[in-house]
Design a protein around this ligand. Structure first.
Ligand code: AMP
Ligand code: MG
Length: 408
């Protein structure tokens, strides 16, 4: 029973799998210079046009010689090979070439002895242990081979990838167009920053955390402000958002008390399911379509907004951006330094601080785990993810954490 408030709440994984089946990724593409492609998704395979490195070269500063032809004694220095300025000529038996890191390995050489290992005397070198063939040599194609598929379409471009694309000589790449995400907050109690607060009002913070999370995902952001709990205003906002964006995110208005209202509206404008998820925080969640846009109705509580964003929206958006195999945030096992109260039957995402204690990484939960306390997210550096069937945790037990670093 997915289409109503369910007395038996839905496991996180079930909701995730359902969402995944209902996503239609963007399919229009554009050609961008490689710098601009950071954080975007490749729309075509990248095939290497050349070997990287393109030639055998030295991995160290030292002397190039033929290890296969070396039977002891001194080697005469017959020249120097610099990076970008090769040694011209053949290196014979009993000879060597002074060589710098990155310089082409001269003809007749198969190894490099590092300069710290040799004694130089009168234009000749001697060394005690002879390096074997291949020592300190980087072979052509070691990194990438010509005609190899380096990245498949659907790959999200990261900083190392920019360097790799440049090392292959690409100035531009084909990527999917940017995903457009519109969002607004709902609630009669909300006031936008810059205006004075009246009795009973609060500043709208969700739009700012949402902005921050979306900015990190490199999507086009359409901030539609605060919308009153009024059917006409909400309907207009949803219609406008569905005309402008691929994804609509709202916060608030999906909890039991308010849901009937939103439900009627969303039934009229599209297909939306309201779920009670077996998780804390973030129990109520709505998902579906408004017009052609994908819709996520997030809970109003500020921490719940962030938790549901990272557990459901992030991965879904990566798929919509064109990524073929988005990964869930990794879970790492660490020791928990303090006991945790936990109810079996739901997944909990507690806020924790991962820190070093006597050389080991351990996590301790933040004191106030209320889903309204946003400062817990600022203070924390990880989620402590407690699986559905787990109950109370004792100090010293192993728990799983999801790091914020690099993500949040
Ligand atoms: P709701 O889901 O609309 O029932 O809201 C749950 C709680 O979150 C209430 O205490 C709201 O006042 C609060 N809340 C809802 N939206 C926001 C927002 N945009 N910024 C800060 N708090 C909010
Ligand atoms: Mg509300």
């Amino acid at each position: 029973c997915l289409d109503d408030y369910d007395p038996h709440s839905m496991p996180v994984e079930t909701a995730k799998a359902f969402i995944k089946d209902y996503l239609t990724p963007v399919n229009t593409t554009e050609r961008l210079n490689i710098r601009a492609s950071l954080g975007r998704v490749l729309a075509a395979d990248i095939v290497s046009p050349l070997n990287v490195p393109a030639f055998n070269n030295s991995a160290m500063d030292g002397f190039a010689f033929s290890a296969a032809q070396y039977f002891g004694g001194a080697l005469k220095i017959v020249g120097t090979a610099f990076a970008g300025k090769p040694f011209i000529g053949n290196v014979g038996t009993g000879e060597c070439v002074r060589i710098m890191t990155g310089a082409v390995l001269p003809v007749g050489c198969d190894a490099v002895v590092v300069q710290e290992r040799v004694t130089v005397n009168d234009n000749a070198i001697t060394f005690s242990d002879s390096p074997k063939t291949g020592a300190n040599v980087r072979y052509a194609g070691d990194d990438l081979k010509a005609n190899q598929v380096v990245f498949k379409a659907g790959h999200l471009v990261k900083p190392a990838d920019l360097g790799l694309l440049a090392s292959l000589g690409f100035a531009e790449v084909l990527v999917y167009r940017q995903l457009k995400v519109a969002f607004f907050s709902t609630g009669d109690e909300l006031i936008s920053v810059g205006k004075p607060l009246l009795e009973g009002q609060i500043y709208d913070s969700n739009r700012y955390t949402l902005y921050g999370m979306l900015a990190r995902m490199n999507v086009e952001i359409i901030d539609m402000g605060v919308v009153r709990d009024d059917p006409v205003a909400l309907e207009n906002a949803l219609i406008e958002a569905s005309n402008k964006a691929d994804v609509i995110l709202t916060s608030g208005g999906v909890s039991v008390g308010e849901a009937d209202y939103m439900k009627m509206l969303l039934e009229k404008l599209g297909e939306v399911l309201f779920w009670k998820i077996a998780m804390k925080p973030g129990r109520p969640l709505a998902f579906g379509r408004v017009g052609n846009a994908h819709y996520f109705g997030l809970p109003g509580n500020p921490v719940a907004v962030m938790v549901t964003f990272y557990q459901f929206v992030r991965e879904a958006m990566l798929v919509l951006m064109g990524q073929t195999e988005p990964k869930a945030l990794p879970l790492l096992k660490v020791m928990c330094a303090a006991p945790i109260k936990k109810m079996a039957g739901r997944t909990e995402f507690q806020r924790g601080i991962l820190h070093l204690e006597n050389g080991d990484w351990v996590v301790k939960p933040i004191g106030n785990q209320s889903s309204g306390v946003l400062s817990s997210m600022s203070e924390a550096n990880c989620f402590i993810v407690l699986a559905t069937d787990v109950g109370n945790i004792e100090a010293g037990a192993e728990v799983q954490v999801q790091l914020f670093e690099g993500v949040i």
